[in-house]
Design a protein. Sequence first.
Length: 325
Amino acid sequence: MKISVFVPEYGVIEAVTPPFRSFNTANEFLTTFGKKPVFHVEYVGLNEYVPANNGEYTIKTDRLLKDVTHTDLLIIPPTFGDTDKGIQANLEAIPYFTKLYANGAQLASLCIGAFLLAETGLLNGKKCSTHWAHIEEFREKYPEVEVADGAIITEHDNIYSSGGASSLWNLILYLIEKFSDRETAVMISKYFALDMGRDSQSQFAIFRGQRSHEDSEIQLVQDYIEAHYEEKITVECLANLINASRRTFERRFKAATNNTPIEYTQRVRIEAAKKFFEASRKNVSEIMFDVGYTDTKAFRDIFKKITGLTPIEYRNKFARVGYEV
């Protein structure tokens, strides 16, 4: 199986090298197991020597992308820094991605490599994962793509994508298992000390509130929620702030923030709770009351829905000081 790892101009070296190393290491394990190596891995790019990160590194490619007429899997790592600049630096590659897919290649984007993949139009009408911090930017730029919020891996019509940062390893393990076997994928996870079981990046996400819209009245409501999240907040109260009917207010709020008012309030409260768990010694009940909840089960259920972890699991994982359950 031929695997081509695209080396984007000013790519992130920490994302470019893992697939190359992993698939080659998988071959070594397959040989150890008495099996034939499966993967032929190469670096491809627009130039023979490609700068990575902020020009701190240079990667030598094995072939130029224009010379690749066929590959089984093309992996598209993220670019470094501003996504628009990354797209502009690699615009020449986009038609080649489309052509290779038309010729039968499968495509896989890593982290915000999804921006380069989305430029092809091949993701339109499909689900896609990307780094949680860039989801709103991605939605604005590519409204025809369905972002799988919080997902580690998506797969649709031989197109794969991964969530943020270290989530790329989960996609690599998935592809190794799919194209070789489970035993090899497990060995790779052990060799690189990776967690095969993680299926969500929600626990790492930081909710900043969607502020890129231009509805100034809705922004005032967002300010109110973020300043009074510990209080009892009703939709009617929020609608009255801008003298709108409940129905009109809910429609405007959803259009502006991509959340209902209730969802937005929940996310603000849970984000506040996360910060308390990370930095204070308060117990779960104290923090629950501090962020506006009075029902333990409701707080636990909403917290787990948003973060993927229970309050205790989150505290034990991210607290600055040690706790005992």
